[in-house]
Structure formats: structure tokens, C-alpha cells
Design a protein around this ligand. Structure first.
Ligand code: FAD
Length: 385
């Protein structure tokens, strides 16, 4: 993937925003367990970062995928993973289906203000009883005149306490039941709708500055026209949307891992033991070198995937492999960073402990490692669909 001067100029504006508008406030947001999404997203919207590849007609940037790659690389430099994850929900997890398949009216009403950062959105797929197995969801939308009436619960929803609208996966075919892949739809649900409520905000081990919630839909009524694209195609649309999520999640995580290695190298350079800098020990140099090599390898895969994505090629394979390998690598990187910082790696006052906690999510969220292995197995003709 070739990056041009324009990509680099964009990189500079994102970097400035991360350095001035995000990193100085991260400690405060981590302690609060939330960050001001509307305030921050408006700033991101003002530099065009929220709708890079979307149609300019609906407030997007008509930009190529290289800009998304650069955005994620720079957001990966945030001092906590919760903020980039929440931004990625807005740019690459909750909006791709709406931009691809949504009606003009839906895009004008919901996508445009979201790309400006005036609205915050969430993607609601997971449920208390169905996460890895998306076909196991039971939230349903029953047709009543020109409306759907929605009932169910969604779990682990990022931006869930701040969202203005939800991209909800629900069963719209009355014959469709948990276990079926057909009969689901993606629906835009305004959080101002009567019957919608935040059941609870979930306290988490990491990604603490990102609000995560369980959401309740109790006879929530939305017009049939809020269905994104063709009714009954929600599962397939969501599977496509997952590829955006997994790719961008991997871009963020690789960038974060490289930064963590740089910071650890600097620490080992300035800390001495046994009469020399810790970094003078070949054992530590080689361990870091090995991890840099792994980061480079996955970075290469991601650039290849990004190029194919730009060419409109299906990247399910690359996104699944990258998601799996990045998840495992960041766990190793985080573990080495803690180890090499000694006691300081275990102290809350350093960045390392937070990185260790945040990194653990990559192997779980957006499809656990085992789900990636399942996809790759099926692509290799093993297991059944
Ligand atoms: C911080 C955070 C933010 C999230 N944000 C969102 C969001 O915004 N929207 C949303 O919809 N969801 C979100 N999720 C949910 C996330 O996608 C799910 O947690 C994930 O898909 C795993 O589902 P589960 O938790 O139900 O685990 P389960 O499905 O119960 O699986 C538990 C474990 O079993 C193993 N496993 C599962 N299936 C198999 C298999 N076939 N073979 C072998 N092992 C298997 C895996 O190790 C898996 O981790 C978020 C989760 C977290 C923690």
C-alpha cells in the first residue's frame, strides 16, 4: 500500500489531535470510566477523521483506505486503548453497513451527523447468551403496521451509555429462531426511543475509559424504514461489517504494540543494573528484537490486507488471520513490557500496567481467537458452516 504526501499530512493532523486533545486527558478519563465522546468526536469530525472512506454526498471524505490505515496507526499511539476502540466503533464498526446499504433518508438522518461527530453510535450484536455464536441471538423485532417492535437485551456495547443511535442486529422474520442464520436485520434504533434503556454500565479489567453497557429493548418501536438495506440480510451485512472492525482493530493493536516496544526499549536504556544499562543485556535485546520482528511480520500482512481491501477484494481470510495473530502478539508484547519494567511494570503510575490490561481484550472482542480459528478452519474445508 502506497502512502502519499496527502496521507502524511493527514497523519500530522491526527497526531496533533492525539497529543493535544486525547493523551493529556487519558488519566482523568480512565479514572472516570468514561470519556466525553460527543466533545471528542466533534473534534475528530472537524478534521474529517470520522468518515474518511464514506460518500462525500453524506459527509464522508471519499478517501482511499490508506487514510483509514494512517488514522488507526496514529490512534494506536493513544495512552489507553479505550479511546481508539470507541472511535473505531464510530468509524468502522457501527457505520459501514449503514453507508453501504442504508437508504438515502437513513444516511441523511443518522450517518451525516455521525460523521460530523455530532452523534455517537454503537454496534449491538452481542447478547448475554450469545457472543461468539452470532446466530444464537434472540433479540427480535416484530412487525406491527409500519413499525417494528423490538424486545431483547444486548451486552458489552461500546459507547452504550453515550450513543444517540444503535446499529442493532435483531430477528425480523417471525419464523427465525436462535441458531438460524436467516431472518435477521440491522436496524437503526434511536436511543431516545421509549422502551430503550441502559441496563447497567459494566466495570472492566481494561479499556476503562470506554463506556461499555448492557442495553435493554422493551417494546421499542421504530419505523420499518429504519431497517438498513434489505430486511432479512442482517447476518450477512454484519459479517461484512466485522471485516472492517477486525482490520481496523488489528491496525490499532499493531501500532500500539510497536509504541509499547519503543517505550520499553527507552526505559531499558536509561535504567541500570549490575553496572550497565539493562538494554546492554543481549537476552533483553534479543527478546525485544524477536517481538519487533513479529510486529513487522503482522504489519506486512496488514499492509497487504489493506491493499486488497482498497481493491475491493474480500479480505475475510486476511482480517481473520491478522485478528488472531495480533491478539496473541499483543499479549506477548504486554507481558514482556511488564517483565522488563520490573516492579514499575506492576505499578499503576506507569503506562505499562494499563497496556497489559488493555491488550488482553484484543483476543476476545470482535470475535475471540477461537472464532478466528473457526473461520480459518472452515476456509480450509475443516469443520462445518
Ligand atoms: C470491552 C468489550 C467491548 C465490546 N464491545 C462490543 C460492542 O460494541 N458490540 C458488540 O456487539 N459486542 C461487543 N463486545 C462483545 C465481544 O464481541 C464478545 O465478548 C466476544 O465476541 C465473545 O463473546 P462472549 O463474550 O459471549 O464469549 P462466549 O461466546 O461465551 O465465548 C467464551 C469463550 O469461549 C471460547 N469459544 C467460543 N466459541 C468457541 C468455539 N467455537 N470453539 C472453541 N472455543 C470457543 C472463546 O475462548 C471465547 O472467548 C465487547 C466485549 C468486550 C469485553
Amino acid at each position: 500500500m502506497k502512502l502519499t504526501e496527502e496521507h502524511e499530512q493527514f497523519r500530522s493532523s491526527v497526531r496533533r489531535l492525539v497529543d493535544e486533545e486525547i493523551n493529556p486527558f487519558i488519566d482523568e478519563w480512565e479514572a472516570a470510566g468514561i470519556f466525553p465522546a460527543h466533545e471528542l468526536f466533534a473534534k475528530l469530525g472537524s478534521i474529517g477523521a470520522l468518515g474518511l472512506e464514506y460518500d462525500a454526498q453524506f459527509g464522508g471524505g471519499d478517501a482511499d483506505h490508506g487514510f483509514t490505515f494512517v488514522l488507526a496507526e496514529e490512534l494506536g499511539r493513544c495512552d489507553a486503548a479505550g479511546v481508539p476502540m470507541a472511535i473505531a466503533v464510530q468509524t468502522s464498526m457501527a457505520t459501514p453497513a449503514l453507508a453501504r446499504y442504508g437508504s438515502e433518508e437513513l444516511k441523511r438522518t443518522w450517518l451525516e451527523p455521525t460523521l460530523r461527530g455530532e452523534m455517537v453510535c454503537s454496534i449491538a450484536v452481542s447478547e448475554p447468551d450469545a457472543g461468539s455464536d452470532v446466530a444464537g441471538i434472540s433479540t427480535h423485532a416484530t412487525l406491527d403496521g409500519d413499525d417494528y417492535v423490538i424486545n431483547g437485551r444486548k451486552m458489552w456495547i461500546t459507547n452504550g451509555t453515550q450513543a444517540d443511535w444503535i446499529c442493532l442486529l435483531a430477528r425480523t422474520d417471525p419464523l427465525s429462531k436462535p441458531g438460524d442464520y436467516h431472518g435477521m436485520s440491522l436496524i437503526v434504533v434511536p436511543t431516545s426511543s421509549p422502551g430503550f434503556s441502559v441496563g447497567r454500565k459494566i466495570e472492566k479489567m481494561g479499556n476503562r475509559c470506554s463506556d461499555t453497557a448492557e442495553l435493554v429493548f422493551d417494546n421499542v418501536r421504530v419505523p420499518v424504514s429504519n431497517v438498513i438495506g434489505e430486511p432479512g440480510r442482517g447476518f450477512q451485512q454484519q459479517m461484512a461489517q466485522f471485516q472492517d472492525e477486525r482490520l481496523v482493530g488489528a491496525y490499532l493493536a499493531v501500532s500500539g504494540a510497536r509504541r509499547a516496544l519503543h517505550r520499553t526499549k527507552e526505559y531499558l536504556q536509561q535504567r541500570s543494573a549490575f553496572g550497565k544499562p539493562l538494554l546492554a543485556n543481549q537476552a533483553l535485546q534479543y527478546r525485544l528484537a524477536e517481538l519487533y520482528a513479529d510486529v513487522d511480520t503482522i504489519d506486512g500482512l496488514l499492509r497487504f490486507a489493506a491493499q486488497r481491501y482498497s481493491e475491493g477484494i474480500d479480505v475475510t481470510r486476511e482480517a481473520s488471520v491478522a485478528k488472531l495473530k495480533v491478539g496473541r502478539l499483543v499479549r506477548e508484547v504486554a507481558d514482556a513490557c511488564v517483565q522488563f519494567h520490573g516492579g514499575m511494570g506492576y505499578a499503576e503510575e506507569m503506562w505499562v500496567a494499563r497496556y497489559f490490561r488493555d491488550a488482553r481484550l484484543v483476543s476476545i472482542g470482535g470475535g475471540a481467537d477461537e472464532v478466528m480459528l473457526r473461520i480459518i478452519s472452515m476456509m480450509e474445508g475443516m469443520g462445518k458452516k
